[in-house]
Design a protein around this ligand. Structure first.
Ligand SMILES: Cc1cc2nc3c(=O)[nH]c(=O)nc-3n(C[C@H](O)[C@H](O)[C@H](O)COP(=O)(O)OP(=O)(O)OC[C@H]3O[C@@H](n4cnc5c(N)ncnc54)[C@H](O)[C@@H]3O)c2cc1C
Length: 303
């Protein structure tokens, strides 16, 4: 890894390259062993350089945003984690069109939209991820989804070519997109919003924030909804009706406030979380014959 570190630092300042970086510092779950190397690029050139180093040396790499949908195993991540976040987050607004780098947080982007009297991003203002993560997951809430506002995505494909896709070419669907299908790396995104009254937009955002804080256990570390919504059901209700509300396993718990959330109440490990998830899946399967699929992404090496 020393060799990779040296190659990365030929182009990326060493204060943005970290060796043995604990992933629990970078995930909303506050769980995860160390990444061999983490790099925080601040330009397209640095992202391309990091990818080239990994590909030339056959070292595995993982792209992350704000870590709000990741469950990282306790032994951590071998290879290089390329964290595309606040260092790569410029926003340009032209009329009703926004072009933003993929590392910008949705909360920051939504505030920029209000300041420019633009509506359409209210649903996303409380989702704690980056724009790149939101495109990847086709993130959504309160009736809105990223696919409703995206016009163009600029990305790097598996052969390191820069590609641009229109909305219809992005294969957006429930918590999935062309990014996951083809392991694209999202660089920037163009969004089309509508002119609105900033006071009303602000009011809607406050309203949605209130709904979120009153229903979700935001006071605890988590990865958001642990499970995808099974067709015809709500994961949280199935879990609650199975009598699992508040169940504790190690440092992990089924939230009492919202049973769809596994929370980290006391130094939970990934092992605790995974075992609790399996208990939930088995109980719901036995009770309702419904398969709960995880929404959070599990990555890294087992102990
Ligand atoms: C309290 C809480 C509430 C949440 N509420 C919601 C909600 O209402 N709706 C919702 O949809 N989600 C919600 N989430 C989940 C999460 O915030 C979203 O999935 C978000 O879009 C993830 O973005 P991220 O930047 O954190 O991505 P990460 O968690 O870092 O990564 C998620 C996936 O995106 C990929 N990725 C990230 N950036 C890029 C990039 N630039 N290029 C290519 N791939 C990339 C990663 O490889 C990974 O596969 C919630 C999470 C929490 C903790």
């Amino acid at each position: 890894m020393e060799n990779i570190y040296i190659k990365l630092s030929e182009y990326i300042p060493s204060e943005r390259i970290f060796l043995n970086e604990p992933m629990k510092k970078h995930t909303s779950f506050r769980i995860g062993g160390p990444a061999d190397i983490m790099v925080l690029p601040d330009s397209e050139e640095e992202i391309i350089h990091a990818l080239k180093v990994c590909k030339d040396t056959s070292v595995p790499f993982f792209i992350m945003g704000n870590g709000s949908n990741l469950l990282v195993r306790d032994k951590g991540i071998r290879g290089v984690v390329i964290k595309i976040s606040e260092n790569y987050s410029k926003i340009k607004i032209d009329g009703t069109s926004i072009n933003a780098q993929s590392g910008v947080l949705l909360s920051t982007l939504s505030r920029a939209a209000v300041r420019n009297s633009l509506k359409g991003l209210e649903f996303a203002s409380g989702i704690p991820g980056t724009l790149g993560g939101a495109v990847t997951m086709n993130a959504g809430a309160y009736g809105g989804e990223m696919k409703d506002i995206i016009t163009k995505v600029r990305a790097i494909d598996k052969d390191n070519n820069i590609v641009e896709y229109s909305n219809s070419e992005m294969n957006f669907r429930y918590r999935n997109s062309r990014v996951t299908d083809e392991n694209l790396i999202v660089l920037s995104v163009e969004l089309e919003l509508q002119v609105g009254d900033p006071e009303k937009i602000d009011e809607t955002m406050k309203d949605l924030t209130f709904k979120r804080t009153s229903k979700q256990p935001l006071e605890w570390p988590s990865g958001g909804s642990t499970f995808k919504r099974p067709e015809g059901y709500f994961a949280g209700k199935l879990i609650q009706d199975s009598g699992l509300r508040g169940l504790i396993h190690g440092g992990a718990q089924i939230s009492e406030k919202h049973c769809g959330f596994v929370i980290n109440i006391e130094d939970a490990t990934c092992k605790h979380d995974l075992e609790l998830i399996q208990i939930v899946q088995k109980t719901v399967r036995d009770n309702y014959n419904v398969e709960l699929e995880t929404e959070i992404k599990l990555i890294g090496e087992d102990l």
